[in-house]
Design a binder for this molecule. Structure first.
Ligand code: C2E
Ligand code: CA
Ligand code: CA
Ligand code: CA
Length: 273
């Protein structure tokens, strides 16, 4: 790991290290971090494609590790998944997100891992967190990825209906990265689709990627589902995605993920973009 500045993150990759020992150590540290409330949440704006007004924030987990610095979710979420710690971590992220976003007047989107989705206590946890924080169910959006729904589509359907019956909305995340069949999209009930950022990165460079983005929006239209483009970094990408028919845009162009206090200040500014 290198010395890191304020916005420069030290990248710690346990796979480069001694393997199993490091993993075990990371797992032990992660368990302690969850207990000590060291897993933080940052929030990134999601704006309306029409007028660039903020409509939602996506909650993204961050682990600030005493020794290794800031650890990215791509590293610790898989460890949490494999060790079962994701259930406690996920609950903590959900509770923090709902209580921080309570007075922002915008929706909050929270990511769910497969192990959380298939956990029998999920609906109960969501219900409890909404009760504890007083956060309105209709302002909560849960982001799930398509890959793990296909394994047991009927069971997935029941879980989705349970959540939607509470008033919570469901977004299908990373759409387009691994779909075997789009038939299930019609059978399972979602409220929106997020196009994976790999398409957005390519859209300004390759006609094919732009065409794919348009095709995904057309699928969304056919199913009456609004589409969000994530990873929008440039004004050109924003224009392409708006023209493709995306309802919502998310990316560095509109705002980086930021701590709750910063988001409060950001929301108070007259805006921008
Ligand atoms: P994701 O859900 O697809 O989240 C979007 C990722 O894109 C985030 O990375 C975000 O910081 C990044 N991003 C946003 N705008 C831009 C942009 O304009 N350009 C680029 N290059 N990237 C952008 P992050 O925060 O590192 O999270 C990575 C993944 O970790 C997430 O992907 C999600 O799958 C997972 N994750 C994060 N927080 C949680 C959590 O609380 N629970 C679970 N289960 N998974 C989480
Ligand atoms: Ca997401
Ligand atoms: Ca995504
Ligand atoms: Ca992703």
């Amino acid at each position: 790991a290198k010395a890191a500045g304020k916005n420069c993150w030290r990248v710690y990759d346990p796979s480069l290290d001694t393997g199993r020992d490091t993993r075990k150590r990371m797992e032990r540290d992660l368990r302690a971090a969850i207990q000590r409330d060291e897993i933080g949440v940052v929030f990134q704006p999601i704006v309306s494609a029409r007028d660039h007004q903020i409509v939602c924030v996506e909650a993204l987990a961050r682990w600030s590790h005493a020794e290794h610095g800031m650890i990215a979710p791509d590293i610790f979420i898989p460890i949490a998944e494999q060790s079962g710690l994701i259930i406690a971590l996920g609950r903590s992220v959900l509770a923090t997100s709902c209580s921080e976003a309570l007075h922002w007047g915008v929706d909050v989107a929270v990511n769910l891992s497969p192990a959380q989705f298939w956990d029998r206590g999920l609906a109960r946890t969501v219900r409890d967190v909404l009760d504890e924080t007083g956060f309105p169910a209709h302002r909560l959006e849960l982001e799930i990825t398509e890959s793990y729904l296909l394994r047991r589509p009927e069971a997935a359907r029941e879980i989705l209906e349970q959540l939607r019956a509470m008033g919570v909305r469901i977004a299908l995340d990373d759409f387009g990265t691994g779909f075997a069949s789009i038939g299930y999209l019609r059978r399972l009930s979602f409220d929106s689709i997020k196009i994976d950022k790999s398409f957005i990165a390519q859209a300004a460079l390759r006609q094919k990627a732009a065409d794919m983005a348009r095709a995904i929006v057309a699928i969304g239209d056919a199913l009456d589902l609004p589409v969000t483009a994530e990873g929008v970094e440039t004004a050109e990408q924003a224009m392409i995605m708006r023209r493709a028919g995306c309802a919502r845009l998310q990316g560095w162009l509109f705002g980086r993920p930021m701590p709750g206090a910063e988001m409060t200040a950001w929301l108070a500014e007259p805006h921008r973009a």
